[in-house]
Design a protein around this ligand. Structure first.
Ligand code: MG
Length: 412
């Protein structure tokens, strides 16, 4: 069997994110990758990042031509070839997404050749469904509580709580004159309010629900350590991205100070970033974005590595992961002994129409269909109605210009 065609097409599918408390109309900006074999089998890959035109150029110009004529079932060989073609000496970024989409499409093909779902090829089902968490936000404590209760009524077992989004809600920012525009937040106020939030929510809804929180790197390292200590009484399932990738040495300090479980990894791109945290048992959940680390092939290896160290998986699954990416997450979840929880975004009816076979959420658990491959298809005619339009990209420009009260920039 040979690969005869690799093509990438940028897409912008309207994405109606249905979170309780948030009703956001946006677009899923993606690069749709198709890999075709000489037997006429087609594998689907779809990235989840806004710069879909760049990824399409990498696939169509470099990655695709490099593997024409190769055996599509020889995953390890193709992955390594593309890694060295696209990312000599460990450079990552958009090239990693291009590699990931081809890798995901090849797993889809392998499932179709074997007439088996990908989770069976990855070891078979370790569980019947994957528990998910969803995101409850609100402008006030009572609004967050109301939204947590709505998810509980829907059967959710894990809920991530934020008061006023990432960085919290601060009514008064005392900025200097001529401060530039940006997404302002106050790290100190945010840290104080987050403790108030969990005191309120845990007391209001009791112990029978798992609560999570995402710091989104909005604190100086020592403040993050203090927050993890202060949140200990509220028994979080995990505290996410308490530190930035540049500050990971502080996890050793945090570990000595607090038993709040730690999730980390959505910004990681390379094994050298996660290895020290895993081998020193400094985190409890690995939550890489599988498209950023190169697809299903490296993600499954990472899951196995973590299993040996008692670390569970919680793959990144926000609204800018595509339905194909979510399906790939789910197949790894179902087949991993050390699965923890899966982030889930709630696809709109249009997304389900464009991507038939999108995983189904029922009563707090996500289910895969049992079709060969990833079990997900793309209605190309419908998708073609949504050409790329970067002006409507899902990531608003303001979002990436996080600022402290004095107008200084901060990692978003
Ligand atoms: Mg996060």
């Amino acid at each position: 069997m040979k690969i005869v065609r690799v093509t990438a097409t940028p897409l912008n599918v309207p994405l109606h994110i249905k979170l309780v408390g948030v009703d956001r109309k946006s677009t899923l900006s993606s690069c749709y990758v198709e890999v075709e074999t000489d037997d006429g089998l087609i594998g689907h890959g779809l990235s989840g990042i806004t710069e879909e035109d760049v990824i399409a150029q990498i696939v169509n110009g470099v990655a695709g031509p490099a593997i024409i004529g190769d055996d599509p079932l020889a995953h390890e060989r193709i992955w390594d070839k593309l890694y060295w073609t696209l990312m000599p000496r460990g450079q990552t970024g958009y090239a990693a997404h291009a590699l990931a989409e081809i890798d995901i499409a090849l797993w889809d093909i392998k499932g179709k050749v074997a007439n088996m779902p990908v989770y069976d090829l990855l070891g078979g089902k370790a569980r019947a469904g994957a528990a998910v968490y969803r995101h409850a936000d609100g402008k006030s404590l009572s609004e967050v509580e109301e939204n947590v209760r709505k998810y509980m009524e829907q059967g959710l077992l894990y809920i991530r709580c934020q008061w006023g989004g990432y960085g919290g809600r601060i009514d008064q920012i005392k900025a200097p004159e001529n401060a530039p525009e940006g997404a302002y937040f106050d790290p100190h106020g945010y840290a104080r309010n987050t403790v108030k939030l969990f005191d309120h929510i845990r007391n209001a809804v009791g112990d029978d629900i798992e609560l999570l929180h995402d710091v989104h790197e909005r604190l100086a390292p020592i403040e993050a350590v203090r927050l993890s200590k202060n949140l200990e009484p509220y028994r979080l399932f995990f505290l996410e991205d308490a530190l930035s990738p540049e500050a990971v040495d502080w996890f050793a300090v945090m570990r000595q100070q607090s038993a709040t479980p730690i999730a980390m990894g959505e910004l990681f791109t390379h094994p050298q970033e996660w290895l020290p945290l895993i081998q020193n048992r400094l985190i409890d959940f690995i939550r890489c974005h599988i498209s950023t680390i190169g697809g299903i092939t490296p993600a499954k290896k990472l899951a196995h590595l973590c299993e040996a160290f008692g670390i569970r998986t919680a793959w990144h699954g926000p609204g800018d992961v595509s339905p194909v990416g979510h399906a790939a997450n789910l197949h790894i979840d179902l087949s991993s002994y050390n699965f923890g929880v899966q982030e889930w975004w709630g696809p709109s009816d249009l997304i389900k129409e464009v991507f038939p076979g999108t995983p189904e959420l029922r009563g707090g658990y996500l289910y895969a269909n049992d079709k060969p491959g990833l079990g997900i298809d793309i209605d190309e005619k419908l998708a073609a109605q949504y050409p790329p339009d970067n002006a409507n990209a899902i990531r608003p420009k303001l979002w990436t210009t996080a600022r402290t009260p004095d107008g200084g920039s901060w990692r978003p």
